[in-house]
Write a protein that binds this ligand. Structure first.
Ligand SMILES: Nc1ncnc2c1ncn2[C@@H]1O[C@H](COP(=O)(O)OP(=O)(O)O)[C@@H](O)[C@H]1O
Ligand SMILES: [Mg+2]
Length: 235
């Protein structure tokens, strides 16, 4: 699904130029659950922006679903994002005074689906994200952090994206709530076969994935497969 070859990213020009990615290569198969882990400043968010088609690399190639997207213009990148990628961020980015159901339906508003179809898909996404249906009519500012992150996951799912990208999705949650959210990602991966890339600086979080790509100073230093007992189960 994803093939990244020798990607670099340089910010700025001349004397002040800074190379945040210094030649990164890996591939990710359809249905994998991969964590990208590294300390602050190692280039994780830069990589996530490129994988999420929010930015393009300075050099190297990025093939997503058979298509080289590393040199696409902004409007084509935007179309790809809308159709292929679901994002979950550390900040939940929900509309606080709007109901849970409407927040999840929002990405479908411009997709041409009618009200009934939107409602149905939003409910299915919320169920897949593990939110009890008694909360669907609540405003999002009435929910707990863990419930809100489930709504954000449902919103990322509602367009039926090929790839889910999560940047520090448990960064604002306590450990117990974080475990529940990580368990939700595991379930989406195992039962629905979703491809998930989880960005984190915490080893305890990364261990919920099947594979950890370790990144440091803009380079991959280790690509680790987690088997059986090494892998943590979320709640
Ligand atoms: N827009 C930018 N302009 C200049 N430098 C940047 C920019 N974005 C990130 N950087 C630098 O690139 C490096 C990697 O940043 P980032 O990808 O955000 O790392 P991480 O997400 O792992 O903390 C950092 O040293 C950061 O200061
Ligand atoms: Mg970051």
């Amino acid at each position: 699904m994803i093939e990244v070859k020798n990607i670099t990213k340089t910010y700025g020009l001349g004397e002040t130029a800074f190379q945040a990615l210094r030649g990164v290569s890996f591939s990710i198969e359809d249905g994998e659950f991969v964590a990208v882990m590294g300390p602050s400043g190692s280039g994780k968010s830069t990589l996530m922006h490129i994988l999420g088609c929010l930015d393009t690399p300075t050099s190297g190639s990025y093939v997503l679903d058979g298509r080289d997207v590393s040199t696409l213009p902004d409007d084509e990148l935007a179309a790809l994002r809308k159709n292929k990628i679901g994002f979950v961020f550390q900040q939940f980015n929900l509309l606080p005074r709007t109901t849970v159901l409407r927040n999840v339906m929002l990405p479908l508003v411009y997709a041409g689906a009618d009200d009934h179809a939107r409602d149905k898909r939003a409910r299915a996404a919320l169920a897949a994200a593990g939110l009890d249906d008694i909360y669907f009519g609540h405003r999002s500012n009435e929910l707990s952090g863990g419930q809100i992150q489930r709504v954000a996951i449902a919103r990322a799912l509602v367009n039926d994206p090929a790839l889910i990208l999560a940047d520090e999705p448990t960064g604002n949650l306590d450990t117990t709530t974080g475990e529940i959210v990580l368990g939700t990602f595991q379930r989406l991966n195992e039962t629905l076969g979703r491809t998930i890339i989880l960005i984190t600086h915490e080893h305890d979080v990364a261990e919920h994935a099947e594979r950890i790509i370790h990144i440091k100073d803009g380079l991959i230093i280790e690509d680790e497969k987690l088997h059986g007992s090494k892998r943590r189960r979320g709640a």
